[in-house]
Design a protein around this ligand. Structure first.
Ligand SMILES: Nc1ncnc2c1ncn2[C@@H]1O[C@H](COP(=O)(O)OP(=O)(O)OP(=O)(O)O)[C@@H](O)[C@H]1O
Ligand SMILES: [Mg+2]
Length: 604
């Protein structure tokens, strides 16, 4: 995984908070109510020992019950207020947690839709997945449960300390001596706990990564017979995870027992120094007993919440980094103002696309690539023509196609659509007029019909039938048990690659695009189907600009112009017969392939 926890550590404890505030500020009223009810609850928590003190001194010590009804009333009312406060806080915290989760996830997902191909090349699925799912989850908890607990317990601590100081400053200061002791233990354990927790997360993301690869690469793993090694890696990592989690549990346990030790110590101080007090002022004695024992648990909570705040900084950092990632390909403000964005297109301002494409002195290097793939490349593809791009593996064919589709933008130079720089119009404007059948076809989970409707949501069954027939995919669908309603599985895994190609071909045709891009669109179908598709292509391309990338040269014979690419440069160009007559690189490629196919035929 290119990115991991290590290079995203944050040094300053609350560094990330301001970055996330804009995303949660909509919940200010709820957060405020939560803090206020928390404060109210903690005031009552602080008052209870005072009530007890009054009851002991007044009712027991002085032996009068004159104020008992009022006392009971106030006591019950206080308890009711705490109960209501608890309810409001629990409800609001849960609501906030889920609302913040929902908002951040939706935002992250929406933002991911706007990012260009290079983001997905640079970041693994596992990495992106944990940004959208687990980071948002941790942030949701921070602004709900941690905040409510933290503020409630902190207020209780402050209140208890103030009351103790007012009632008996000497005894109070003695008890407070325990706090620095806790602080020392806190710094020791908490630092270790934070670092162990970080290790747990790092191991966890490695395990998720391994697991992802284990599933997506299951077939390759089987064919390479490396199950044992992959299995061992996985078991090693999970064992490592267990070890580290147990270590974290040990620190947590040690820390918890320190807290209870501190409680006992505080109690011992009260008994030792306050014993004398008990004789003359049993109420104050009981008050100190209550605070001494009740104070340490909040200390632990507050410390836990602070460490939550610290550790969640990493999650905030990573999520805000994702949300702040700018796509390599963006529409300018002026373009967005006219054409609208992906989510709110202003189709009324869109001009009709014709389909002229031109590369003007284009130099291109992939954002994360080392080498320049295209250099001073120029080419005109007039509307209605069909262009074929051929060349050996890695020659730059898909790169040309990616630039036409504006999945990437030229490093230098321009790609023009209908005579204007592609950047002068929105990406969606272009993509809406574009049909693209990929080298590696992708289908969504769902039925065949649902997949086809992605091409054109308004297509009728007749349109679908026609499109399927045109690309010879009708046989494929007829063979399927439930026809168009057959489930294709995740990424079409229940279909063969060739079948997937045909379906995605039909999907592209249904969209009725002005520009049709076929990148090895028929590389996985048999020769007979390919011939049928070839005939279909001749029909489909009428009235469209068509750019085809093909390995099998027999499929491009009919193209208006064949570009022979080598090392990102066009070395030859012309019609099939002209290129053969040139007796150059194309002829060499063609003869070699022809010979290969002839040999294959002989061997059959
Ligand atoms: N996302 C990427 N980042 C960096 N370099 C890339 C990327 N994609 C392709 N390249 C490089 O650009 C060059 C051209 O690749 P391209 O995919 O255009 O080749 P191609 O002609 O389509 O090959 P094939 O016939 O195998 O599909 C190759 O050297 C490749 O290594
Ligand atoms: Mg390619």
């Amino acid at each position: 995984m290119p990115d991991n926890d290590k290079n995203e550590k944050v040094s300053l404890p609350f560094f990330g908070i301001p970055k996330i505030l804009p995303y949660v500020k909509g919940y200010r009223p709820e957060i405020l109510i939560m803090i206020v009810t928390g404060l109210l609850g903690s005031i009552i928590d602080v008052l209870i020992p005072l009530y007890q003190r009054y009851a002991l001194n007044h009712f027991v010590g002085e032996g009068t019950l004159d104020t008992l009804p009022l006392f009971i009333l106030i006591y019950v009312a206080s308890i009711l207020v705490t109960a209501v406060g608890n309810y409001i806080n629990g409800y609001l915290a849960q609501k906030l947690e889920s609302s913040i989760n929902r908002d951040l996830r939706a935002l992250a997902f929406r933002h991911l839709q706007t990012l260009s191909f290079s983001y997905y090349n640079q970041n693994s699925v596992g990495y992106i997945h944990s940004r959208v799912m687990s980071d948002t989850g941790r942030i949701g908890i921070l602004f709900s449960w941690s905040l409510v607990e933290g503020s409630w317990q902190m207020a209780y601590l402050v209140g208890a300390i103030v009351v103790m100081l007012v009632v008996n400053a000497r005894l109070a200061l003695l008890i407070l001596l325990v706090l620095p002791l806790i602080a020392v233990f806190f710094s020791i354990f908490q630092a270790k706990l934070i670092s162990t927790n970080r290790q747990v997360r790092e191991i966890n993301s490695r395990i998720t990564g391994n697991f992802n690869e284990g599933i997506t690469g299951a077939r390759t793993i089987k064919t390479l017979a490396v199950e044992q090694r992959i299995g061992k890696d996985f078991t090693d990592e999970t064992a490592n995870m267990r070890r580290t989690t147990v270590k974290a549990a040990r620190y947590r346990g040690l820390f918890a027992s320190t807290i209870s030790l501190a409680s006992s110590l505080a109690l011992a101080i009260v008994l030792w120094k306050g014993g004398m007090l008990a004789a003359e002022d049993v109420g104050t004695f009981s008050l100190f007993m209550s605070y001494a024992t009740g104070m340490m648990e909040p200390v632990r909570w507050v410390i836990d919440c602070i460490s939550d705040f610290i550790t969640t900084q990493v999650n905030i950092e990573r999520l805000t980094k994702l949300l702040g990632t700018k796509s390599d390909v963006t529409d300018s403000e002026e373009v967005l103002a006219i054409y609208g964005d992906v989510f709110e297109p202003k189709k009324e301002n869109w001009e009709e696309i014709r389909g002229d494409i031109e590369f003007r002195d284009v130099t291109f290097k992939y954002p994360d690539g080392e080498e320049t793939v295209l250099e001073h490349f120029s080419l005109k593809i007039p509307f209605g023509s069909s262009i074929a791009i051929v060349g050996e593996t890695g020659a730059g064919k898909s790169t040309l196609v990616n630039l036409i589709c504006r999945f990437y933008e030229p490093t230098k130079g321009q790609v023009l659509i209908d005579g204007r720089d592609a950047r002068e119009r929105s990406q969606l404007w272009l993509h809406s007029a574009l049909g693209y059948v990929l080298q590696t076809p992708h289908l969504f989970s769902g039925s065949v019909r649902e997949n086809l409707l992605y091409g054109n949501p308004n297509a009728t069954d007749e349109d679908i039938e026609r499109a399927l027939k045109l690309v010879s995919a009708d046989d494929v669908v007829a063979k399927l048990e439930k026809g168009l309603d057959t489930d294709v599985g995740e990424d079409g895994s229940l279909l063969s690659t060739g079948e997937k190609q045909l379906i995605s071909f039909a999907r592209a045709v249904l969209a009725d695009p002005k520009i049709l891009v076929l990148d090895e669109a028929t590389s996985s179908v048999d020769t007979i189907t390919e011939q049928k598709i070839q005939a279909a292509i001749d029909t489909i391309i009428k009235g469209r600009t068509c750019v085809m990338v093909a390995h099998r040269l027999s499929t491009v014979r009919n193209a208006d112009c064949i570009l022979v690419v080598k090392g990102g440069k066009i070395v030859e160009q012309g019609r099939h017969s002209e290129l053969l007559a040139l007796n150059g690189y194309y002829r060499e490629l063609y003869t070699r392939q022809y010979e290969d196919e002839a040999t294959a035929d002989v061997l059959k």
